[in-house]
Design a protein around this ligand. Sequence first.
Ligand code: WTA
Length: 663
Amino acid sequence: MPPKPKNGDAARNAATSIESVLKEKRVFKPSKAFAATAHISSFAAYERLYKLAEKNPDKYWSDVAGKYHWFKKWKKVSLWKEPHAKWFLGGTTNVCYNALDVHLTSGRKNKAALIWEGEPGDERTMTYSQLHREVCKFSNVLKKRGIGKGDRVAIYMGMVPELAIAMLACARLGATHNIIFGGFSSQALVDRINDAKAKMVICADGAFRRGQKINLKSAVDAALKDTPSVENVIVYQRTGETVTMAEGRDHWWHDLMNLAGDHCDAEPLDAEHPLFILYTSGSTGKPKGILHTTGGYMVHAANSHRMVFDLKDDDIYWCTADIGWVTGHSYVVYGPLINGATVFMYEGAPNYPDWGRFWSMIQRHRITIFYTAPTAIRAFIRAGDEWVNKFDLSSLRLLGTVGEPINPEAWMWYYTAIGKKKCPVVDTWWQTETGGIMISPLPGATPLKPGTATRPLPGISVDVVHKDGTPCKANEGGFLVVKRPWPSMLRTIYGDDERYKKQYWSDIAGMYFTGDGARKDKDGYIWIMGRVDDVVNVAGHRLGTSEVESALVAHARVAEAAVVAKPDELKGSALVAFVTLKSGGANPTLELKEELRNHVAREIGPIAKPDEIRFTEALPKTRSGKIMRRLLRELAGGGEVKGDVTTLEDFGILEKLRQNDDD
Ligand code: WTA
């Protein structure tokens, strides 16, 4: 247990807190009908469970872990020597066994595990039994190529079932997978393969994206000139385009699978055996290899998935995240498969061939649970309701979001236009580092307020504190921390334990610092105010830029907004808002600029009024959809963009933003 924070001095804290200004009063209680069949069906039941877990966390997590299959039971639930945690010590298990084998002896053997739709419209369905067979065969392929326990395997593919098969096969053998998002460049591949010293690369010839074929193998070929650790490459044929195969090094997936046997036992692995490394960008140059291990990750990914999505056996569950991000690891593959869910998976872009694609798939596949990102929701708002209204979305019963704060107005649109006011919206807060959802409503229990991830899950102890670790008062902005280790906590930054300590355990004594600013309202609901580096100080007021963004998005003509600070002699910082308008009718006029500035002043107060509004066709985003505020800060400050832009999705946007400079 971390030491209890000492009482701090209020004057010192005043300079290290964040002012919060967003006001949101709407509350939506779970409907009786939803609560009646929910796993956790009242707020009182949630609070009881939460208190129980706080009283005896080890007992709580031990009970949760007992739901899954272990080859050997653990001797000790947790061990904490700051900053290193171990969970389920002495226990052995296998995540792949829990995701597949356990269902073969239950009624789920012939249930669809994956329903997949390719971007061109091709479809595949695999039952648990079929998926198990493919994974066993591919595990044998890996073994034959010298892959075993402890080896690192890099995976670089589009969203095809074989990506899930490859990662499950690694998990089956105890090889540590390192999935690199299919949209990354060959330089990103070099950095990640070398940092992890991967022995093998599994890739595809290409992927379909917005009607185009993206060649993945050529990026691998370029990367492999500088990655001495790689011995073999296995290439899955998806697009059928011509690729170069290096004799002796490169092998076709289908050739090797044709020769592979379909029996392969899952390896019993120590609970602390490394399951995967996933790279995430830090605020500075070098990506961080977030390391997750086997037992604790499995327990929380699966349990949080069942609780938050209130999973039932007849659900058809769709999380739109790419498997190349942590959301895809935990909530496309591991969590849902361990729970025996039917997972829908889609290969391509949300607007191909048009903005109706997602809604058409929900209608055709009768999706019941839909989990996506605020950035996608705002894009759909912008495209217009007519795309949504063409389709029957009545199969939906639950909606979720993840990845960034959802503006209350975008939440309301999601709830109304997609959920038709009958689906709870679970706004889930978590990070690559946390492995699984930490703060989220439970849909049958928690009254919802648009814009907040509400309360922590049972077993998770979060708080909003001052720099010295003392708790903030209700509605006072501060730093979001986790006060006690949890099973799916990252174990370290791969190969850089010093950076791990510094990044997460040195800002606030005895607590894991998330890097996010937040406030807790009087009901204990956590309102995320964005990363602390997105916090700005305007005329002595520290403001979360996401709150100003929410106010802008609440204006009828605004689709999306990103607010950054630029240095200002008078006020310390001035706010610059980059704004995209909804299509149809909204002209980027000077009058509209004034109207928007006044609108923010009305919504929040004159201190938050942006000094400058710049209209733009699009905002620069990472491939996972996060707005690259760092680039906007550099542009707003009048300077050149100097930092690393390898994760930017569309380089053209930077040029357009520069041109709009002197509007
Ligand atoms: C942000 C994604 C507000 C937050 C799973 C966090 C959110 C970072 C939410 C982690 C949410 C994620 N509300 N902010 N519901 N979910 N974030 O590692 O700033 O890609 O620290 O993990 O996204 O991003 P990551």
